[in-house]
Design a binder for this molecule. Structure first.
Ligand SMILES: Cc1cc2nc3c(=O)[nH]c(=O)nc-3n(C[C@H](O)[C@H](O)[C@H](O)COP(=O)(O)O)c2cc1C
Length: 436
């Protein structure tokens, strides 16, 4: 199942977008539809809404009752900006039919309606299916526009030849059949899914617990959701994922191998055993810095009164240990939960000290994000000096942003020699490559 965003512009072939939507839903995809004003004169919103089960949006100023989510997803807590949220969550953005006018706007970088604004903000693969009269299609302006979009990594789905809408005309310009449009869309999804094929990814998640006695422990509030989202996204991209899970109680993401651990020492041992064979380590677990030096074997009895002060000793610094022995072809990603101002500058210092490639810093003084929450708001700092702020979003979207950064670093360093994946049509790009 994928999230498909369908942009429908104004042309006779808009009716085929209905069947494309129906097929996509039947294939199990969650579909949201954006229509241009002109397209509503050809096909109304009601049929799309009935098929997708979600409101069709046209204007960037219109509130989205689903707050940028796709059918079947929980409603986000806050109302986002639609042209950013819809496309940010999308796995692929298909614009079909794409009118000559919309194609020209996309080429010029216009953002004067929801369809074009979303295209400009799309971090996902974008496919454009032109449909128009042959004279419009072969016009040098349209051809130059399509070439420009293709050069930016946009997939152009070539129109077919045959009878055209205008009476008695025959030629090139017909929108491909819905099944073909869906096949191109699914080829783009498969290319994105396979983009980490052959990579071995080690993820740690959750919070360690350090025994005080046989039932009590020192722990932390980490739920494991961030690590699980990372594992899930890496598996979705085709990586072989090992997930070291500390006290999470969460269902393992499909296609991942899970090693359950309890204490910092157990987590350190699991990482020690798995690290050398991994290409990417995502260290999202909250590992205790201290543990009781001499935990009681039995339960401390209440009747015995308040126990003597618990003496603490440091635990293994797992990240520093692995950072010190990291090979140049490995990428090590750390996470830092810091409090208040200075969180990022502290993070930069930690990045260097621990020999990390990427550090994901989240300021846990901000309410509603981080520990025990479905959402997060982070700054991703990389060893190459780049810093990227990811505004408050679900942990699945944060995971995407982190993995995109790892992908960028690997490509920069030349450690990613597996190519860009096949497109199934002309000019497909990877998730981060396509720019409208
Ligand atoms: C009956 C009719 C059919 C049209 N068919 C097409 C078409 O197939 N392709 C196209 O590019 N434009 C077609 N147009 C022109 C577009 O609707 C027009 O350029 C409009 O501004 C497109 O707006 P949009 O790109 O915002 O959807 C047609 C117009 C009319 C009145």
């Amino acid at each position: 199942m994928a999230r498909l965003l369908l942009g429908v512009s104004g042309g006779i072939a808009a009716y085929k977008a209905l069947e494309t939507t129906r097929l996509a839903v039947r294939h199990g995809h969650a579909v949201r539809v954006i229509q241009t004003e002109a397209s509503i004169r050809f096909v109304g919103t009601a049929s799309f809404e009935a098929i997708t089960g979600a409101q069709v949006l046209t204007s960037e100023f219109e509130p989205d009752p689903l707050r940028g989510s796709y059918p079947g997803e929980p409603l986000p807590e806050r109302s986002p900006i639609s042209h950013l949220a819809l496309v940010e969550r999308a796995d692929v953005y298909l614009i079909a039919p794409a009118s000559a006018n919309t194609i020209a706007k996309l080429t010029g970088g216009h953002a004067d309606n929801l369809l074009t604004a979303a295209a400009l903000a799309a971090p996902c693969p974008v496919a454009v299916a032109p449909a128009m009269n042959e004279r419009m299609y072969v016009h040098p302006a349209t051809q130059a526009n399509l070439e420009a979009l293709k050069a930016r990594g946009v997939t152009i789905v070539p129109p077919g030849e045959g009878e055209l809408a205008s009476h008695g005309e025959h030629g090139v310009g017909r929108l491909p059949d819905p099944a073909e449009l869906l096949a191109v869309t699914e080829a783009l999804l498969a290319a994105r899914r396979g983009s980490w094929a052959g990579l071995r990814v080690l993820v740690t998640a959750g919070g360690t617990r350090e025994p005080i006695d046989s039932v009590r422990y020192m722990g932390n509030r980490s739920s494991g959701r961030m690590g699980f989202a990372l594992a899930s996204e890496a598996a979705m991209r085709g990586a072989a994922v090992t997930l070291v899970a500390a006290n999470t109680g969460l269902a393992p993401p499909p296609g991942t191998r899970v090693i359950e651990v309890g204490t910092a020492a157990e987590l350190a041992q699991a990482c020690d055993e798995e690290f050398d064979v991994c290409d990417v380590l995502l260290m999202a677990a909250a590992v205790a810095d201290f543990r009781p030096a001499s935990p009681a074997h039995d339960k401390l009895k209440k009747e015995a009164g308040v126990p003597a002060p618990i003496e603490l000793e440091p635990t293994e610094d797992v990240l520093s240990g692995l950072g010190a022995r990291k090979r140049s072809d490995q990428i090590l990603v750390g996470f830092a939960a810091e409090h208040g101002e200075g969180a990022v500058s502290y993070g930069l210092e930690k990045l260097e000290r621990k020999h990390l490639d990427v550090l994901v810093v989240n300021d846990i003084s901000k309410p509603g994000v981080g520990f025990d929450s479905d959402e997060n708001e982070v700054t991703i700092v990389s060893a190459d000096g780049t810093q990227r702020s990811v505004p408050r979003a679900g942990k699945d979207l944060i995971a995407r942003a982190v993995l995109d950064d790892v992908e960028r670093l690997r490509a920069e360093r030349g450690t990613d020699d597996r190519g860009e994946g096949s497109d199934g049509a002309s000019g497909a790009g990877t998730r981060s490559a396509a720019r409208v």
